[in-house]
Design a protein around this ligand. Structure first.
Ligand code: ZN
Length: 319
């Protein structure tokens, strides 16, 4: 990046920051003059050892339930869909983005949707700003996979990388898939933008992405966990910063009851349903065996929870 470009970029960031702060001030006034201290804008934190782990909201995604589950083929899940507020046929799912803050290192897991995917999304930058976290203070961005709601937010509305000082990491299989011609050819009608949008972000990241392998420690205390199936190179990550290990599960576990009580039911958003089921069962086993906390990207906000074994099945305990 040339010096001139960097200066322009810094200026535009300042302009936007100023704009965002004005917008925030306006919304605070509308709310009756009550300030928004850290933690009230849905962001919630846990301190684990030497890290503060915070879940930030990128917004809520509204999609047809049948994009996620086939209740006709799996009648046993029908009451669970209804209990989770999906009886109307619409699923409102949050986007929970994890930030691990170790003082000298701020590691973000996924980058959110940005402004161009679906309405109601792309809130991550303003949520971080409200918490006093500048995008240029993010040192590392780790991607679980390359779906729009996880990667599109890595570039801003000027098509430039939003986290200007960060290093970026993606599972090698995930990168290779979306970077190949197969991705566009594989997309069902209506989802072509998934492939095109991933490629646009890859082009921005190409010179600086670090391709990572499963079972490796990519950053001290951060291990890559094979959870392929949702996408060809999906990864979960375990975080070891204190006595309680935490797993960022991405989209391997997406529904608070179905993913746990019926992990063997195909999820229509998984690109390889059988592989995703095998991954889901493997993660559930490990979460129980290692008594881990988990953070789910689409589990009810803020997405923190634990898992218990319940006979042949599992139970999600939110909190
Ligand atoms: Zn997702």
């Amino acid at each position: 990046m040339s010096k001139t470009k960097k200066t322009t970029k810094a200026a535009s960031n300042l302009d936007r920051r100023d704009f965002c702060q004005k917008m925030l001030a306006a919304s605070v006034l509308t709310a009756g003059g009550i300030g928004l201290p850290f933690g009230t804008a849905q962001a919630q934190s846990r301190t684990i050892g030497n890290a503060t782990i915070t879940s930030f909201s990128d917004g809520t995604m509204s999609i047809p339930v049948n994009m996620l589950f086939d209740a006709d083929a799996n009648p046993e899940i029908k009451p669970l869909l209804d209990q989770s507020g999906m009886a109307s046929g619409t699923a409102n799912r949050p986007l929970n983005i994890t930030l691990v803050d170790q003082g000298d290192r701020r590691i973000l897991f996924d980058a959110g949707s940005g402004p161009n995917f679906l309405p109601g999304l792309g809130e991550l930058p303003s949520e971080l700003d409200a918490a006093g976290i500048e995008l240029d203070s993010i040192t590392d961005v780790v991607f679980t996979h390359a779906h729009p709601d996880h990667i599109w937010g890595v570039i801003d509305d000027f098509d430039e990388i939003a986290m200007t000082e960060a290093r970026f990491y993606m599972p090698r299989q995930e990168w290779d898939y979306w970077d190949s011609d197969d991705a566009l050819a594989d997309m069902p009608a209506g989802r072509e933008a998934f492939a095109v949008g991933a490629k646009t972000r890859f082009d921005a990241l190409r010179d600086q992405i670090e391709l990572i392998d499963y079972n490796q420690e990519i950053i001290p205390g951060i291990e890559v966990v094979d959870s392929r199936g949702h996408t060809p190179g999906h990864a979960a990550f375990t975080i070891h910063t204190g006595a309680t290990p935490v797993m960022v599960v991405g989209d391997a576990l997406t529904h608070e009851s179905i993913s746990f009580q019926h992990p063997d039911v195909i999820n229509n958003s998984d690109m390889d349903g059988d592989m995703a089921i095998a991954s889901r069962l493997r993660l559930l086993d490990r979460l129980v065996a290692d008594q881990m906390m988990l953070i789910g990207y689409h589990l009810p906000a803020p997405g923190f929870g634990r898992v218990e074994r319940q006979g042949q099945r599992y139970r999600y305990i939110q909190g």
